[in-house]
Design a protein around this ligand. Structure first.
Ligand SMILES: NC(=O)c1ccc[n+]([C@@H]2O[C@H](COP(=O)([O-])OP(=O)(O)OC[C@H]3O[C@@H](n4cnc5c(N)ncnc54)[C@H](O)[C@@H]3O)[C@@H](O)[C@H]2O)c1
Length: 338
């Protein structure tokens, strides 16, 4: 069977990971990015180079496109693929505004073009294992979930000016991944309330937030987030998903049910040895999974989506995760206009 022809829009930090996968798992036919570095990359791999997505789609017909351009360009780039009937993987966040996310979702639905949103963590076998436990009823009814994103971003991370501005903080960059998983585990979110702080870094963007979630099921969630705490309790460090972060196994989410509770990503399922009671001993069963690279699995899934498999993270799902983040961003930032 012929390998699908893939085009990558945006060959920056994450786009280069997609380039690797397109070469390994499919046929990369073009890289589209106005930067000199992207032109050099295309030459290195012997594939067509375009500075502009429209010019590219006017001359080649890919089976799938990956949009890994800056957030504000996702809508324009996704819509030009959808208009041509080309399945598209859009990096997270699906769009920069809810209106644009809705536009992508509605155009994709009307044209019957599959859209996969790049919430790659969902492709991690750890996540699949946790989801299977929850769906099996092992936890009973989910009552509450607690999550943490605590780590320290070094000062040089903020040398790029855009990282100090509105929308570039841990809510949009990091929590969007966490909330996507919490939605996957606990269902759709009905209500979000948050407090934000920029007291540590004093920038025009949050460094810390306390977030409360109400799920449609009635379950409640709490999430504590900061990029200014020297600590290991984040998905980044506890999961071992990405080797650029130190791996410190432990929990970053605890999911509480009426019959058992699960910590993730360390996958310990806690249940009483006898009747459910605070006087009865409670112990953990260690669940295990075969570890695998989420980005590799996401790409393989995209190829399946091109061939008709429903996307694991649809445009609507990407839109709903974005909506939760935008709700957090409405919380007043002390010292700025909320
Ligand atoms: N899934 C993840 O974990 C993850 C990680 C990092 C970034 N992202 C997302 O991926 C996207 C890109 O982020 P990044 O960190 O790779 O950014 P980046 O700045 O490293 O790369 C973006 C690239 O897009 C190119 N570009 C700009 N305008 C373009 C245009 N009109 N057409 C084609 N290319 C254009 C830039 O030259 C640059 O090379 C963002 O939406 C980001 O949120 C996702």
């Amino acid at each position: 069977m012929n390998k699908p022809n893939i085009v990558i829009f945006g060959a920056g930090l994450i786009g280069q990971r997609h380039v690797e996968q397109a070469i390994a798992q499919a046929k990369l036919i073009a890289i589209v990015d106005p930067s000199d570095a992207a032109r050099v990359l295309a030459e290195k791999h012997g594939v067509a180079y375009f500075a502009d997505p429209e010019d590219c789609l006017a001359s080649v017909t890919p089976d799938g496109v990956i949009v890994a351009t800056p957030n504000h360009l996702h809508t324009e780039h996704a819509l030009m693929c959808i208009a041509r009937g080309i399945p598209v993987l859009i990096e997270k966040p699906i769009a920069d505004t809810l209106e644009n996310a809705d536009l992508i979702a509605s155009r994709a639905k009307a044209a019957d073009v599959p859209v996969l949103v790049g919430h790659h963590r969902r492709h991690n076998p750890i996540v699949a294992c946790a989801k299977a436990q929850i769906d099996s009823g092992a936890l009973g009814d989910i009552v509450a979930v607690n999550g943490q994103f605590w780590l320290y971003k070094p000062d040089d991370y903020f040398q790029a000016a855009w990282r100090k501005g509105p929308g570039a903080g841990p809510a949009m960059i990091n929590f969007i991944h966490d909330v996507d998983l919490l939605r996957y585990f606990c269902g759709n979110i009905a209500d979000v309330q948050a407090m934000r702080s920029n007291i540590q870094r004093g920038q025009d963007v949050e460094d810390t937030a306390a977030i409360m979630l109400r799920f449609e099921s009635g379950a409640l969630g709490t999430f504590s987030m900061s990029d200014s705490i020297a600590a290991p309790w984040s998905w980044e460090m506890t999961s071992g998903e990405n080797p650029i972060y130190p791996h410190r196994p432990g929990p970053c989410y605890t999911i509480g049910g009426t019959h058992a509770s699960l910590s993730v990503p360390d996958l310990r399922l806690w249940a009483h040895d006898g009747p459910r009671s605070w006087w009865t001993d409670i112990n953990a069963t260690q669940l295990s999974v075969e570890h695998a690279d989420s980005l590799v699995r996401q790409f393989a899934h995209f190829l399946a989506v091109i061939n008709g498999t429903p996307p694991l993270v649809s445009a609507q799902e990407g839109r709903d995760s974005l909506a939760a983040v935008l709700d957090v961003l409405t919380a007043v930032l002390p010292g700025t206009k909320g």
